[in-house]
Design a protein around this ligand. Sequence first.
Ligand code: F6R
Length: 609
Amino acid sequence: MCGIVGYVGHRPALPILLEGLHRLEYRGYDSAGIALVGSRGIETFKRSGRVRDLESILPAARARIRRATTGIAHTRWATHGAPSDRNAHPHLDRHGRIAIVHNGIIENAAALRARLALDGVEFASETDSEVLAHLIAAMPAGRLVDAVRAALQLVTGAYGLAVMDAERPDTLVVARNGSPVVLGIGEREMFAASDTAALVRHTSQVVHLDDGELAELRADGYETSTLEGGPTVKTPLTVTWAAEALDKGSYGHFMRKEIDEQPDAVRRTLTGRLDHRFHTSRLGGLELDPRALLEIRRVKILGCGSAWIAGTIGAHLIEQLARIPAHAEPASEFRYRNPVIEPDCLYIAVSQSGETFDTLAAVQEVTRKGGQVLGIVNVVGSSIARACGRGIYVHAGPEVSVVSTKAMTCTATAFALLALHLGRIRDLAPTEGQRLVAALEALPGQIASILADEPAIAAIAQTFAGVSNAYFVGRARGYPVALEGALKLKEVSYLHAEAYPASELKHGPLALIEAATPTVVVLPRDALFAKNLSTIEEIHARQGPVVVVTHPGPLPIAVAGRIDVPQSAPELDPILLNVPLQLLAYHVALAKGRDVDRPRNLAKSVTVE
Ligand code: F6R
């Protein structure tokens, strides 16, 4: 949620930290701060608001601090204590010797605060994080890493942490428990961040810390160790993201850019994975041989938000193509209900960031109980990818927009590959496999043709801008499309939008339909077309205006708006039907003057409970 950046090296730290904060601002954006250590000790600068607000208070000090070559920085998404200058990170101990930035939640902060207060500590903020600065300062003098380790042994909770000591200006210490920390290895310089996005401009060599691990960073290298003090050995990973992928380029918003990137992103998801000889897919990362896959009796998919909805599309695909019972459930619900873990069930964790706390906790619950889990994840080397140890990388490229678009589409495509693979191991005929391989290959071009229809979709969006409520309905595989359409609209435009299975309308929600309430009906030309037409009649009978997302061809009913998408294999239709609803949400948000890339109250990658 919040973002951390740290630097120790031979270059001025300030521009590197500021650039890193801009990269991470999408993770949280209610306040930002920087601490630098130089000849005059530690200097901190913090401000509620955006990184640009922080920048506005720097010029006066710039000359003084520009030579500092060690620093830490933070962009905050408030959990404990309102967004304000004093609650912004970094936090200092009472002598201004130790500076910390922290992501996560310290659960025993109240008890630690009370104990520190007895020793005369006065707190400068309402945050749980500040206790860490005072605790570390209170530890016996010695190596900073040992003081941090000793302090963390008194802490319960989640943290991604970076620490600096005015008396050791050549050292940074970082630690991780439940909130990501990545090290970046440079030439005579080291970087640390909560997200690879802050590092790729400087280095492609990264090291992910594990929970319960600390690292001491100096310009000439790093050492990692456990909370108990034992050394650990890490293997650096090479990141392949191009730094330009993290820029908006000529686009006004990351969301719009990432919608446009979908043809290429889906092509990447498919690259090297279609097998024309056996009409199936090749998924090397599964690490489950056909015999093991044949033994699967059930599939359970776990994720949050759009990842869960992509999993719902995946469950339909797996049931249809492989005839294995499959179901998707929000990971956040699953982990709290003491779930029954079955040995012949395949659990699949879905996540764009690979860092969503609830999804990671669900993976840990499954593995703790002996279940087999694989990940469908976008960020290579992320916590969920490592916790699963096998699975499918989505290869959507970096997704910066808080609301997910290309990762959702690519994840659904990855599910199609998995369903095809499972199907072809079982009873899916070669001709059926051939039909699906061809349909998958056509997806990028078909998505491009939907995007070309943007002006018509933008015109429909204008009619939504003035309403207070909107409904989305779909049947069977159309229902997740409705769910995702409603989620996107409410996230980015704040318009109240709800999704229902079309068949449920008459069991309650119909009471809400009136002339001022538009309903988007997901209307593929499939076996349920006639049933969906009846739903439209029901809505019309209550004077409700209807917009359909459908396939080309005559419609026997007049509707208020119509968006056509090209027809695919019916099983893959949801992937295409979803795309215009992203554009609809984007244009409603524009019409309502919303901050598209920074929707209120939301943060990319929810790394707290
Ligand atoms: C929706 C959205 C969120 C995420 C959810 C899971 O537009 O972005 O609902 O899908 O927070 O995030 P990941 O996929 O990173 O686990």
